[in-house]
Design a protein around this ligand. Sequence first.
Ligand code: MRU
Length: 363
Amino acid sequence: MKERSVPMPTSLKAVTHAQNIRYDKAAEALYIIDQSLLPNEERELRLQSVEEMVEAIQALRVRGAPAIGICAAYCLYVLARSISTPDPAAFQSQLKAYAAQLNASRPTAVNLSWALREMEHTAAAHLGDPRPALLEALYQKAVDIHEDDIAKCRAISEYGLSLLQEGGGVLTHCNAGPLATSRYGTAQGPFLLAAERGMHIRVFADETRPLLQGARLTSYELHRAGVDVTLICDNMASMVMKNGWVQACFVGCDRVAANGDTANKIGTSGVSILAKHYGIPVYVLGPTSTIDLNCPSGDHIPIELRDPEEIKALWYEKPMALPGVKCYNPSFDVTDHALIAGIVTEKGICRPPYTESLAALFR
Ligand code: MRU
């Protein structure tokens, strides 16, 4: 993988325009910001082989449901360019094999399979075209998926902001900002939009163990954008709610089932249970590409299990637990739809009963 340093964004505009995924068409080169190095170092990585791409997704160098989908779309275009066979059927079967490899990299966020499916449909529709035209169609599709996400994030941010009051407080979990999406983000988009409009919103960001996306990424993005953000450990959320400092919780999503059950970063369901106790509404914010109507409920959402070392050893030079200690490290959990006050999409805010309001989005 080729690497190069890029300047850290230090203003609201720089944060909302940071290019976490960048395709340089003149050089035909795909770059991502390596999120695993943030907040200490901002470095771009060039992804060329399918092995590098799968590794980047699995190691959370590119992460966040929409960003994984956008990146996978560009990845498939890069891989399509590398297929040399002139035979359309052989081309399609190699592309399918690459898509399957990318799709197997992480199981929970549905945006990954969604974006790859969109790319494969595009390839199928242009299979009879000369190869340069077929590749151009794939490139355009990846750009469309990317640009579409920018527009969706902006609309989600507007709807989310309509739920907030000047001077209000919001708790968020994990990272659903520009790095996890494009431009504004989903659950963090309303805070950036509020800052743009001179509104004051006080954000409490859970650090989000074990990989600290809240500390490393959310507080990094919001602080640099000038948003009033306070970082807390996950086990402090209850006290912040009890103190009356937040009037809502905004979280992102990796897959929303047809009944509204929502998979998001591990700990989200705990936050939602706490919020119910304190009478605080929980809003899930995400694009319609994260809604999986084929998945009837949260029981059917595959939950990624990650390396125990992330719990035991990652953040200190010395181990944090004895080597033989057993660990359970699910990356996501499912929040029961009964705990969710609204699901904010680019098409509007869905309210319960979700089986009806979510299905209506696709009619
Ligand atoms: O494991 P991660 O860091 O990819 O998990 C990310 C989340 O859970 C986000 O909240 C979700 O993908 C929404 S991003 C807009």
